[in-house]
Design a protein around this ligand. Structure first.
Ligand SMILES: O=C(O)CCC(=O)C(=O)O
Ligand SMILES: [Fe+2]
Length: 277
């Protein structure tokens, strides 16, 4: 199954992996999403990007509940896909069979208006080397009525930014609760408008190569109680093994091993510099 998913992402730019999560998991996470959305929706800056002004967003859910990270860390298939596309073979400080890619962003999202076609890889380019991959955990059915994701298959290899005139040719990605949708972030994608009264929540994470700046400063802000529930390789994915040093007296090589991970991150806020050996 993992080979098939990788093949589809390579050739089409995306894939749907059905039934990754149980009904019980989906129900729990949907309840959590609704709870945290209501609690935090009025605490969002008005400084929004053009793409994020129209819809429902739960920002940084992993600052609120560790489940929003674990849902991406636990499926073996997702780990293998991300390792395949995003691991850096020269990151020698972490064992080669462990992740060295990082979390780029994480959010809950439900559609309202149409979302314009776009890429999330920042730059369009040709080639086999992938820098960012996104995964959506589907919590509610997505249909052409309620604002499902749409994609242009193969557009990850166009070497171009998304062309808005392609919207009409975009393919709807229909999905069921418990599915995972995974795409190369170069793939042109958007969403249809939601013409129903309901929501269609999914939790979307982007993972990137370790050297790409993360959307928010996770390493200075992840609460200690969330950090404490992560394994070493999960802490590395959040970014704790690729921190920038303050200056050359502290260190040079940002590719850090698990031995540099701190126990108490809150104590070191703003200067996450482990004692060097
Ligand atoms: O909600 C979606 O289907 C897509 C949202 C999106 O474009 C993204 O998170 O990158
Ligand atoms: Fe996107």
């Amino acid at each position: 199954m993992v080979e098939q998913a990788i093949h589809q992402i390579k050739t089409q730019g995306y894939c749907r992996i059905p039934g990754v999560y149980s009904g019980e998991q989906v129900k729990k996470w949907l309840d959590l999403t609704r709870y945290w959305y209501e609690k935090s929706k009025n605490n969002v800056s008005s400084n929004l990007s053009a793409l994020t002004q129209n819809d429902l967003y739960l920002w940084n859910p992993h600052y609120k509940d560790v489940n929003f990270l674990k849902m991406f860390f636990e499926p073996e298939i997702l780990r293998q896909i991300m390792m395949y596309f995003l691991n850096d073979q020269w990151f020698k400080a972490i064992p080669a069979d462990q992740p060295n890619y990082i979390l780029q962003n994480l959010m809950g999202r439900s559609s309202d208006k149409k979302l314009a076609m776009h890429i999330d890889s920042f730059i369009p380019y040709l080639g086999d080397y992938v820098t960012m991959v996104q995964a959506a955990v589907i919590l509610e059915e997505q249909t052409t009525d309620n604002g499902c994701t749409v994609v242009i298959p193969g557009s990850h290899l166009s070497g171009k930014y998304a062309d808005q005139t392609s919207f009409d040719q975009a393919v709807p990605v229909l999905s069921e609760p418990g599915d995972l949708i995974v795409w190369d972030s170069r793939t042109w994608h958007g969403t249809l408008p939601n013409n129903t009264d309901g929501t269609r929540w999914s939790i979307i994470a982007a993972f990137s190569r370790w050297w790409i700046k993360q959307m928010f400063n996770y390493t200075d802000n992840l609460p200690q109680h969330i950090y404490d529930q992560l394994s070493d390789n999960e802490k590395a994915i959040v970014g704790f093994c690729s921190l920038s040093y303050n200056d050359e007296t502290e260190g040079i090589d940002r590719k850090r091993g698990y031995d540099t991970l701190l126990e108490n991150v809150e104590e070191y806020r703003g200067k996450l510099v482990p004692q060097l050996v």
